[in-house]
Write a protein that binds this ligand. Structure first.
Ligand code: ADP
Ligand code: ZN
Ligand code: ZN
Length: 732
């Protein structure tokens, strides 16, 4: 008689191998059962004392002789962290993105949990007023920080992170109040900290009311594209749908772009919903992120607002998914598991059987196509809410006109007039630094990065050169290295140069520059914008400014040079440029004051600009969809991109050539010839790529499934770094 076989744990580990690993259960423990699936385990891995944290994905019979297996060291969770629909979605993602399940599961977990830490204590450090403190708070008293703090806490206990936001520098005040017995620290569940809703919704416009009614009628899985011009009140529609979802006892997950998740936006959700709203984004600590995740998993938080990876947040009582600004590029993960959060939100919603709202003023052509084909419910908000009128758009033709630091006289006059009216102007340039390139006026030499196929950007008023691709820094030469001329000049203008020029021209105006350099710190953007206040002033910046904060006194948006985007090789460039222009233009005149938009260009006759001006985004989108259909590009085709890089071009070429030769022939699937990447050298490495396209997804994926094991087995693959990108958004 055979002894009863020992069940083994099949564990997915975050290693770049498309397989799982079998372990015996930890010694001295109970025999594993189905309840282990989705729990983390710590297992020995690799040589010596090496260990790793993985997730049990099955319990079953060993493939190999169990005697050859090692026992897992420790089970880390009493109950599964990943289960049900979420685990199914992750398995689906591993298949779809052709990524190892272990890497997908690790991507889905917040950092602390991935590292094997125990579930965090979800109680938060908070402060509350004592009985004596409440009495003092109610009586009149001397103004100042302690009093402000006491008054806040007299209403309700507040978490420390909320105090950090609402009353920066509150800690000394708390200490002095503590010494007087007026406040005390406490640990609270998030539910105890939340405020009742304080803001009430505005009366919906007829278009909003129509959209809200349509959403109430949605049953089960229902993708919805909510297309509404900027300021048309899409967020109000989400808030109503979320309120309905909460009233039904369910949770909602809201995805926002990286730069859309401002404290202002979060405060709007919190003020309106009156339930614990968790946040999940890169500005939070690992601990805060893990707490938010667990709070949603256990149902204490009812709404989670988060960026890309929040799409993996578990929900116990799922009711609704929302993807705001669904066209935004930050939803696509560009390394590791290259998933698209919007697409995963759709997969999750279908597995959960709940509605998913994709909102945008400028929907991606993929989503628009799905809506136009009738696969999505298409709801439109055509007008701005609250009486704001759409901004007037004017094209400034700068051909043959003198430009001072990239700015035309017309643009400067418009900024001056705006300031004279006591209003605010936004000057947009999608290029940071002082100037995009340093050139020799005599021979045409330009400063290039030694390690990249790219020009060095001029910074610090001309005193420094920085490569935006690899970070290399250099001091500009005094004379041209080729012809020894001293006529070296920064060519073109970035935000830094424009800021200088505007400061010289409008010395009395407040001037705030917002780009990646000035906003490195957490919530620097919010502080920058707050520093502008209601005073007349100028914002200069890159696309970081394109969304987020509402600035009621902002009435002029001046776009300096849209020309780079008009002639790009990327087939998505037109779509991206139109989206960006509309988003930036949407900053103007959001409130009662009318807005104006100036587009400064050398190509006033470019068809994209004409179409955009006359027909808005819908016209550009219709044109672009027709072009994509004719050229068989997405959404009318499906792409996958194999990328490789190595120290030498030869290694890249050899790998891609062999990969191309090994690609399994399939009807309707084409493996294009290997090509150098658009930037063929970056940070000293040669880069190449191989594009696959297909009219149907299924044969493409079948071919990829057959191909990947062949790639992994190739000797030439060991001399390169390579990755596969399914549905690439950048062909770079
Ligand atoms: P979107 O998300 O489409 O950009 P928002 O929901 O942020 O638009 O609304 C834009 C502005 O209009 C906000 O200040 C909002 O408070 C206001 N607003 C939205 N809906 C209404 C309404 N029905 N009545 C009055 N004001 C509204
Ligand atoms: Zn020269
Ligand atoms: Zn470089």
């Amino acid at each position: 008689m055979d002894p009863t076989p020992v069940p083994v744990l099949r564990v997915a580990l975050p290693v770049p191998l498309p397989r799982e690993f079998d372990y015996l259960p930890p010694p001295d423990g109970p025999a594993p059962g189905a309840g282990w699936v989705g729990c983390r385990v710590r297992v020995p891995f690799g040589r010596g004392d090496g260990e790793m944290v993985g997730v049990v994905v099955a319990v079953g019979q060993a493939d190999a002789d169990p005697a050859s297996l090692k026992p897992a060291r420790e089970r880390l969770d009493a109950s599964p962290l990943l289960r049900g629909e979420l685990l199914e979605t992750l398995r689906w993602a591993a298949g779809y993105y052709h990524a190892p399940l272990g890497e997908v599961l690790a991507t889905a977990l917040p950092g602390l949990l991935r590292a094997g830490q125990p579930l965090p204590d979800t109680r938060q450090s908070a402060w509350q007023a004592t009985a004596a403190g409440r009495e003092v708070a109610a009586a009149p008293g001397r103004p100042g920080r302690p009093r402000e703090l006491l008054q806040l806490l007299g209403v309700q206990p507040m978490a420390e992170d909320a105090l950090d936001r609402q009353l920066p520098g509150w800690r000394p005040a708390a200490r002095s109040l503590l010494a007087r017995g007026l406040v005390e620290p406490v640990l609270l569940e998030p539910a105890a900290i939340v405020a009742p809703p304080v803001a009430s919704p505005p009366e919906p416009t007829p278009a909003q009311a129509g959209a809200m009614a349509a959403l109430r009628g949605a049953q089960g899985f229902q993708p919805v594209l909510l297309e509404g011009v900027t300021g048309s009140g899409k967020t109000e529609v989400y808030l109503q749908a979320i309120a309905d979802c909460l009233a039904a006892g369910r949770q909602a997950l809201v995805l926002v772009p990286e730069i859309g998740l401002t404290p202002q936006a979060l405060a709007r959700f919190r003020a309106r919903l009156g339930v614990p709203v968790a946040a999940f984004h890169s500005g939070l600590s690992d601990g805060e992120r893990a707490r938010a995740w667990v709070d949603m998993a256990e149902g204490r938080a009812r709404v989670l607002v988060g960026t890309r990876s929040a799409v993996f947040c578990p929900m116990v009582e799922p009711g609704l998914l929302v993807v705001d600004e669904e066209h935004d590029g930050s939803y696509k993960q560009q390394d590791g598991v290259r998933y698209h959060a919007r697409d995963l939100a759709l997969v999750r919603a279908s597995k959960l059987g709940v509605p998913v709202i994709l909102g945008s003023a400028t929907p991606s052509l993929e989503s628009l196509h799905n809506a136009l084909c009738g696969r999505y419910l298409h709801l439109r908000l055509g007008q701005r809410a609250g009486g704001a009128t759409p901004p007037r758009v004017r094209v400034v033709d700068v051909r043959k006109r003198p430009l001072a630091d990239g700015l035309s006289a017309e643009l400067l006059d418009a900024v001056g007039a705006c300031l004279a009216r006591g209003e605010q102007a936004l000057v947009f340039k999608n290029r940071r630094g002082y100037a995009p390139v340093l050139i020799c006026h005599d021979c045409g030499w330009s400063a290039h990065c030694r390690r990249c196929d790219a020009a060095m950007t001029v910074h610090a008023g001309g005193r420094r050169l920085i490569c935006h691709h690899c970070g290399a820094r250099a001091t500009p030469p005094n004379a041209c290295p080729d012809c020894a001329s001293l006529a070296l000049q920064p060519q073109g203008a970035g935000t830094e140069r424009i800021e200088h020029a505007l400061a010289a021209r409008f010395p009395e105006a407040r001037l705030v520059r917002v780009d990646r350099e000035t906003t490195r710190r957490r919530d620097a953007l919010g502080q920058h914008l707050a520093s502008l206040g209601d005073e007349p002033g100028i914002l200069v910046g890159t696309q970081i400014l394109a969304k987020g904060h509402d600035l009621p006194r902002l009435t002029l948006v001046a776009v300096v040079g849209v020309d780079e985007g008009l002639f790009s090789a990327d087939f998505r460039a037109g779509e991206k440029l139109a989206q960006l222009l509309i988003q930036v233009a949407g900053r103007a005149g959001r409130a009662a004051l009318p807005g104006e938009v100036l587009l400064q260009t050398h190509h006033p006759d470019h068809p994209l600009l004409g179409t955009l001006l006359n027909g808005g985004y819908p016209a550009v989108a219709a044109l672009a969809l027709a072009e994509r259909e004719a050229a068989a590009f997405p959404p009318y085709a499906h792409l996958a991109l194999l990328r490789a890089d190595a120290g030498t071009e030869a290694a890249v070429n050899e790998f891609l050539r062999e990969a191309h030769a090994a690609f399994p022939a399939r009807e309707g699937v084409r493996a294009n010839s290997p090509m150098p990447a658009p930037m063929a050298r970056r940070a000293g490495r040669a880069r190449g790529q191989l594009l696959l396209d297909a009219s149907q997804r299924a044969p493409l994926h079948a071919a990829l499934r057959e191909w990947l094991p062949l790639l992994r087995a190739m000797r030439s693959a060991r001399r390169v770094r390579w990755s596969l990108d399914v549905d690439p958004t950048d062909l770079y």
